[in-house]
Ligand binder design. Structure first.
Ligand code: COA
Length: 260
């Protein structure tokens, strides 16, 4: 894989670790970071060696402390919309990725950082993680999907509270609200996330991709999630992995999946 200016990537045993690499700026998401995340996601979609992704931040302090505020100066309306649109397009690629993408949240996940974590399929937080959408402090609202994904994850009342008060919440509160799946010790964070990707990657990959598509159909305007599920269930039974998975169960052996 090519090397990036703002990201570190490491592919081991099918797991791609993507580390936001602007530690001195608390891994703030500038245009280049967002662009490079898009490039990495293209690679994830097309590279068969990659079975799943873990996204994390460099250092012990931050996952990502938001969009890069230094780039906001002098934006006009069209530029503001274009900035948000680029973020939306990139984060949608994460959300709709047919392979598991897990956020290993190792510190501040604020603004765009919280939005990046929410675009991932699963969020695991370290004990020191902190979440917040502080955009109203800057005269802004979230621009990378935060007003929508936060409501989807924690419900309207708590989402509005976080969005309007700009207060941070700690990892355990985030877990109670359903914003994160698990809280683990900081030293265990990456191994825990890698373990999850490995477990998911051992299942039928085509079925995993259909699970993701079917769940997100719930949130997509113009799509009926129940109809989508019926269609995708139908597709699954046409795969060799369905034949293999059911045969392996009946023959009391471990299934060997091919991804089709
Ligand atoms: N954009 C650009 N730079 C950022 C940043 C952001 N979102 N968040 C942090 N940084 C930079 C700081 O400017 C500082 O850079 P400097 O050393 O060149 O001055 C560096 O990262 C360290 O941050 P600092 O504020 O000194 O750390 P802290 O421990 O005192 O505070 C935070 C940590 C997260 C509370 C604080 O950095 C913060 O509030 N960041 C902005 C959060 C935000 O509003 N995000 C939403 C953006 S839409």
């Amino acid at each position: 894989m090519k090397s990036f200016q703002t990201l570190l990537t490491e592919l081991n045993n099918g797991i791609l670790i993507v580390t936001l690499n602007r530690e001195d700026k608390l891994n703030a998401l500038n245009k280049m970071v967002v662009g490079e995340i898009g490039e990495v996601m293209q690679e994830v979609y097309t590279n068969a060696e990659i079975k799943g992704v873990v996204i994390t931040g460099k250092g012990s302090k931050a996952f990502a402390a938001g969009a890069d505020i230094a780039e906001f100066k002098g934006l006009d309306e069209a530029q503001g919309k274009a900035l948000a649109k680029r973020g939306h397009d990139t984060f949608n690629m994460i959300e709709m990725c047919p392979k598991p993408v897990i956020a290993a949240v190792n510190g501040f996940a604020l603004g765009g950082g919280c939005e990046l974590a929410m675009a991932c399929h699963i969020r695991i937080a370290s004990e020191n993680a902190k979440f917040g959408q502080p955009e109203v402090n800057l005269g802004l609202i979230p621009g990378y999907g935060g007003t929508q994904r936060l409501v989807q994850l924690i419900g309207k009342g708590k989402a509005l509270e976080m969005l309007m008060t700009a207060e941070m919440i700690d990892a355990h509160t985030a877990q109670k609200l359903g914003l994160v799946n698990d809280v683990v010790q900081t030293v265990e964070l990456l191994d825990h996330c890698k373990g999850m990707v490995t477990k998911i990657a051992s299942k039928a990959p085509f079925a995993i991709a259909q699970v993701i598509q079917s769940v997100y159909a719930h949130f997509k305007e113009g799509l009926d999630g129940f109809d989508t599920e019926i269609t995708l269930f139908g597709k699954c039974v046409t795969t060799e992995d369905f034949v293999e998975g059911t045969a392996a169960f009946l023959e009391k052996r471990k299934a060997s999946f091919k991804g089709y």
